[in-house]
Design a protein around this ligand. Structure first.
Ligand code: KG4
Ligand code: ZN
Length: 345
């Protein structure tokens, strides 16, 4: 018998629902929120209100597109955290009510774990390769930047992380300094493709081990632009593509240097001294520069790499559904007493 799980994601500014049939996604709907564009970032109160408006149509569409009836669902999986509390409450409360109404289990999912587990989503013919345990994942999103060593689906160890801003924040804050609207990451990526990544250089911090720091980059860009704008007030406009390409190259290089170190470290844990499989996950894994650099590393070192399809890179509910599926198989169910959490566990 097939298992159908409805996944619900509402941790930030995307209201999303997906239905998975075993490990194959059969519908995947995301409603973004344009309301934040004028504010240069996500406004939590506005996000919760937009989730309230979007959640019913998004879930109804996901079930309709899956071409199943609600009563065929085996369980409801929802993002419990980390994220904005008001946003999480909308998805959590809806999931609880639906699980009560349909009398089916409730499954709580951690958003960061779900980003990584999106690599186990199968295509219809189940022909796509999936990572082999243990493998290394670089999770790069708007709120987190972490190296995670996975020994099993839910056996995850964080072996390095940012000590201040996340990589996505580095993109978004750099964009804001240049007057590029939120979220700046995808736009920087777009302009960068037309620019020269070697034109400008920004200082990179020297952080020991597998940790990162991105907050200094923002300051370095701010001072650099302040000086240039004094000489030419149109400096940003004239050099937008080269600035974006140079900033992107700096961030990607910081990630890749540490990724090589993390791969060496993980390889040394293995008695056969083989490279582990390596994956990237989270919104910044959509970045064309990061994707290209990982492909170059694959060609250079012979790594077996996993890059998520774009629809599973940024926030989505398919990843919540696949994480829910693996918990369902283990009988790892949540309860009506589960409350959202804002910070990573
Ligand atoms: O995973 P995600 O959708 O939400 C969080 O869980 O945070 O990640 C959002 C982050 C934002 O900072 C956004 O600017 C960044 O991912 N992002 C990108 C790209 N697409 C999304 N950054 C660089 N290049 C992109 N193409
Ligand atoms: Zn995310």
């Amino acid at each position: 018998m097939q298992t159908y799980i409805l996944g619900i994601e509402s941790s930030c500014d995307d209201t999303a629902a997906a239905v998975i049939m075993d490990d194959v996604i059969i519908s995947n709907i995301t409603a973004g929120q344009d309301v934040h564009k004028n504010f240069g970032g996500v406004v939590p109160e506005l996000a919760s209100r937009a989730h309230q408006q979007n959640i019913i149509p998004v879930i109804e569409t996901a079930i309709q597109k899956a071409n199943i009836g609600k009563n065929q669902l085996s369980a409801i999986a929802f993002t419990r955290g980390p994220g904005l509390l008001g946003s999480l409450l909308v998805g959590t409360s809806f999931a609880k009510a639906l699980s009560l109404g349909l009398n089916i289990p409730l499954i709580e999912v951690d958003h960061l774990q779900a980003h990584i587990l999106s690599h186990f989503i199968r295509n219809t013919g189940r022909t796509n390769p999936i990572p082999r345990f243990p493998f290394l994942c670089l999770t790069v999103s708007g709120g987190h930047t972490q190296f995670v060593l996975l020994r099993d689906y839910f056996d995850m160890e964080v072996i390095g992380q940012t000590i201040d801003d996340a990589a996505g924040e580095a993109f978004d804050k750099s964009a804001k300094i240049m007057g590029i609207p939120y979220p700046g990451g995808p736009l920087i990526d777009q302009y960068a493709q037309l620019g020269d990544p070697g034109r400008f250089t920004f200082s990179k911090p020297n952080i020991p081990g597998l940790n990162f720091s991105f907050s200094g980059l923002k300051t370095s860009i701010l001072y650099f632009l302040r000086d240039r704008l004094k000489e030419d007030p149109a400096f940003i406009e004239k050099n937008k593509n080269d600035l974006c390409a140079s900033i992107q190259a700096t961030i990607v290089d910081m990630l890749m240097v540490k990724l090589c170190m993390a791969m060496e470290k993980t390889r040394n844990l293995n008695p056969a001294h083989e490279w582990p499989d390596v994956a990237i996950a989270g919104g910044v894994s959509a970045n064309s520069g990061l994707r290209k650099s990982l492909e170059n590393a694959r060609d250079k070192y012979g790594w077996n790499i996993f890059i998520p399809p774009l629809q599973y890179s940024t926030d989505n509910a398919a990843m919540i559904a696949i994480a829910g599926y693996f918990k369902y198989l283990k009988g790892d169910f949540g309860s009506q007493a589960d409350v959202p959490y804002a910070r990573a566990k």
